[in-house]
Each structure stands twice: as structure tokens, then as C-alpha cells.
Design a protein around this ligand. Sequence first.
Ligand code: ADP
Ligand code: MG
Length: 697
Amino acid sequence: MPVPVEPAAAPPAAPRKPAQRGWPGVGPQLAERLAKLDIFAPADLILHLPLRYEDETRLTRLADARPGVPVQCEVEVQSCEITHGGRRQLVVRATDASGEVMLRFVHFYPNQQKQMAAGARLRIFGELRDGFFGAEMIHPRVRPVAAGEPLPESLTPIYPTTAGMAQSALRKLIGGALRHNPVHDDLPETLRQRLHLPSLPDALRLLHAPPPSVSALDMEDRGHPAWQRIKLDELLAQQISLRRAYAARRAKNAPALPLHDTLTRSLLEQLPFALTGAQSRAFAEIARDLASPHPMQRLLQGDVGSGKTCVAALAMLQAAENGRQAVLMAPTEILAEQHYRKLSDWLAPLGIEVAWLSGSRRKKEREATVARLAGGQVLLAVGTHALIEDPVALPLLALAVVDEQHRFGVRQRLALREKGQAGESPHMLMMSATPIPRTLAMSYYADLDVSVLDELPPGRTPIVTKLIKDERRDEVIQRVRDACLQGRQAYWVCPLIEESEALQLKTAEESFEMLSAALPELTIGLVHGRLKNDQKSATMAAFIANQVQVLVATTVIEVGVDVPNASLMVIEHAERFGLAQLHQLRGRVGRGVHESVCILLFAQPLSQTGRERLKAIYEHTDGFVIAREDLRIRGPGEFIGARQSGVPLLRYADLEADAPLVELARDLAESTLRDAPQLADEVTRRWFGGRASLLKA
Ligand code: ADP
Ligand code: MG
């Protein structure tokens, strides 16, 4: 049973299924709590690994305990009382043969008080410190014991847990699961030996119950061979499922769209520029995929301004040449409309109509467009997610292009794929300006083919980036005036206020007022997310036509907007923006022949990350380098919106730190699938099987 089938259909972060039914020994209530820990079956318990360890295999004499080092001592309670001086506390005086300690509890329950009555024998675990009244421990872990009770034989694992799930209960469950569910190793013995890795069962046993001979610190170090073995297994499962998804998709049918060089050739002749080498290469790769009867799943990756749109247009025309439909979906109204205009400009002379679908179209027009698409009279369409809404039928759909693909969720991309004819999957072309660092490409994007635009169109002047303190805003306004009086245009981006959209709106309106007052000789426009769509597009149109010289905007202009005459970008409170966002915003200028400047206004004091981000954006213009910095500052999950990518998230392996393991897992996935498919099933079932219900979501 190959699991999972399609990563794109398998969002691990999908809303949880309602109450799990549980399994022998685990009732529905417990199952529900375990589900919060992503545990849905005994096998998941086995892979629920400790965060850290405590050493309770040894007893330390009170006299030998050094401050600040966690220790376990066995003591007898001398007195136990609640004091009220200052804060209410439970204070327990206890001794062993070597000395005395005060245990202090600010939070406590009546039964704890009972447990620690005078005469009780306790094992306490905590850090000793020198208090005013001598040695004390604040909130130690306490366990009453009988005299002579044996010590545990392994380090005590501390697991990630959730409210209502005690460590001891979790430990018991995991111990049981380990005993009753034998785990097999799926790596060839010789390979394991060559890599000096323990077998999987040994690694699991060691991690759940390390013998006292290893130190807790060693075990917490994820570089330990046992951890390496687990991480390799996890990465192997991921690689196998990605490869299977890739193969499953390749096995589907898609309309073969051979390149006839009719419409595509006409567009090339009609464009005011020649393709860059990178664009030609990318289009050749796409054209070859489209000609095949299996669905293309390709990522067109190119830095901002590298010219992805016209590559998309060519691909769409290749579909049209074959009498089939193609759509281009963009994440925002502004961007979709801009694409629509651009495509219409390019294609009208070829006699090709482009349909335009968005939430802002009037109902009548919309219905007419939908009808023409359903009837197949129009082959090409551009739109927002309005394209994937229900009434839109695309019976001839053969190619779907998704711009700024990371802005869309799995479901939306999937919905697009479901349009078109039964028994056929359309070719998919995703576009993204976010370059993917190599390790990410090998994992999250391993089921995509990638074309890269690694060359900018010629004649661009590099953008100069300036970091300027907030107080010098007046000088900056003067620069805006100068640029606009010379015939250029400027963007003024208002600060991001994540907590409050209303506040963000307010600052945008204030900036608009402020600039209108300061620059009476210029026309200032304002766009933000709350404007009605037709207002927004009217302002954008005026900006494109240079009737508006300064565009005050929130981040709605972040993606895609292309106005080559705009050569100045001012970003207020740049320290609040993410790195990728700053790079995207800056990419709005430097699109024409004029020297462009991006001014980052910042307010002090700067946070550590704020400072790091500004430094990175100031020093680098290469999107690839910026993406790597971003990955470093933010971590991979957020970086690509992995929770949306549909590819199972990694729990233990770290793509950056474990890059060599990723490479190893990739090779191993190939040989495992080829030589031992049943092992491949076992590995993926182990890691994703318990979440099967989610995988089918
Ligand atoms: P992005 O990759 O960021 O989506 P666009 O497709 O918006 O980039 O292209 C940026 C600008 O460059 C557009 O104005 C586009 O018409 C222009 N352009 C695209 N390809 C070329 C080329 N080969 N030569 C000159 N200009 C080009
Ligand atoms: Mg674009």
C-alpha cells in the first residue's frame, strides 16, 4: 500500500479530524489528547521522541550537590508548613545523612502537602541554590518512595506533551508501545555499518531509555548516532513519498500539446524585446513537457523582474495552438489585472482573446465570460482565485499557470487541477520569485521539475539601496519630489502593522495626507487592501499612465506590480518587514532604464532580527543569497509556507543542519524503491501511516 499518494493532497496541517476512536488500551478521551501530539496509533508513540533527559539513576548527597546542576537526592521530611510572610508558600525542611535543604513551593495542592508530611521519604529532583536560610530548591520534582526502593536503570526521558497529559502517563504508553510493536530496520546491514549508525530498534530503545552510562547531554545532542539514524529514517520516508507522488503524477494522463510554432512564433515576433537566454531555455523545457501526454508539474523560478510573465504567455499560447484552454491565476486583484492587461496587449494583435475573471467584475459581465469559457469560445483566461470557483467550467483546460504560487494553498492549486476533462490532469506551471535554497529544493520541492531564470533582461540599472533614519524623512520627501519632477514615479510603502488592519489603514491614510500636503505639485494616489476593487484598479491604471506620480501603498503592491517608469521606492519602518517582502518590494523598481533607488526608512531602536534583516537587504541584491539569509533567520517551515505546501513536515531532521543526510536519503530512496519496494512501504507507513486520515483530507 503506497502511502501517501499525492503530497499535494496531503496537508499535514489540515484541520484535525474529530475525536479519534483510540485503540486497545487507549480510550477516546486519551486518544483525543494524543491526537494533539500528532499521535494517532501505537507506531506514532514509538516515534514520539524525548526533548531532553533527566538523570534519576543516581542519588547525590545534599552535601555534594553543586548549585545550578540538576541532581536527585533522597531526603526525609522534618517539617512541612505554609508560611505567609510575604508570599504564601509551602516550605518543607528535609534532610539526608549529609545535610539539610528547604523545598519551596509557591503553587501547590493540598495533596502535595499531605505527601510531604513530616517523616515522609522523598526523592527530589532539581537544582540546589544558596538561599537566605541555607540550601534550597524551588519547585523540585518530588516522588514519595519506600526505603530501599531501587533506582531507575535508564535516564528519564522528558517528552513534548500537552495539557492533561502527564510525563509519567506518556512514558508508560510509549514503553508499552515499544514492547508490543516490534520495529524492523530497513537499511541494508552493510550500509549501516559503513555509516556507523545503530539499527533502528536500537536507536529507538536508546533514545527512549538511555542507559546511565551515556550522559544526558550526549543524548540531547541531535548529532548522536541514534538521532542520526532516526533523522535518516524520517528523511527517507519523505523522499520516498515525494518520489512516489512524482511517479504517480507522471502516470496520469494529460493532453499532449505539441509546439506548432504558430501563435508562439507570432508572439515572439511581436514582443518589443528578444527573450533572454534563460527565458528561451525555460520555455524550451516547458514546451517539451507540454508536448508529453503526462502532466507537467514545473516550477518556474526567477528573481523579481526576470521576466516570468512572458514565458507563461508562451506556454499558454502553446495550449491555444492546440485548440485547448490555459489559465493564469494570480494571488491579488492588482496583479491579476496587470497580467490581464499585459496579456491582452500582447495577444490582441494576434487575434487572441483573453478572458478576465475576478471578484470585482460585475455579475452580468462575469456570467457572460463564464459562459464563453464553458463553451470553449475563449481559450485563455486570467484571474484571481475567482477562476477556481464553482460556476467556472473550463472544459478544454490543458494548462494552469499559478503566479506567486506560494501565496496559494494546496486546496486552491488542487481545485485548479480538478477543472478540465475527466480522466485528464492539466499541465501545471507554478511561478515563484522566491529562490529555493538547495536543501529545500531537494526536499519540499523534490516532486517538482524546476526551470530557473538566472538572468535578468538586459539594460537594467542596478538598484541602489539606502538605509535612512526616520528623522530624515523630510530629505526623503525632497528626493521624491526631485525624481517625480524629472518625470519618474515613486512608491511610498506604509508600515506593516501586523496586529491591526485598521491601524495599518490609518497610517496609510495619514501618509497619503502628509505627502499630498508636502508635495502639492504632484498627484498622489493611495491603494490598500480595503479599497473597492474598481477604485484600486482605477488608481493603478492612473499610476501606470503616469497621471499619478506617487503611489502610497500598503503591501498590496508587494507582488508582481510592474511599472517601469517608477524608479524610487520608499519603505517606511522597513525594520518591520520580512526579508523576502523587502526583496519583493524593492523589485518593484529597477525595471526600466532609469537608475533606481530604494530607500529603507527605519526607526530605532532596532531589534536583533530587524538589524540582521536590514543588513542583509542592504548588502545583497541577489534573491538567492537573500533567500538563504531568510532561511537562516526564520527557519524552513515559515520560509516556504511549508504548512501549505502539502509535503509532510519534518519533525526531527533539519534541512540546513542535516543537509548531508538529505542527500543520503535521496539516493537511498531511489535504491529502496527499486530494490525493496516493501521496505519503502514500511518506512512511509511508519512515518505517515498514523496520519493516514489526514493524508487523505
Ligand atoms: P517577473 O519575473 O518578476 O514576473 P515580469 O514578467 O513582470 O517579471 O517582467 C518584468 C519586466 O521585464 C516586464 O516589464 C517585462 O515586459 C520585461 N521583460 C521581460 N522579458 C524581457 C526581455 N527578455 N527583455 C526585456 N524586457 C523584458
Ligand atoms: Mg511576476
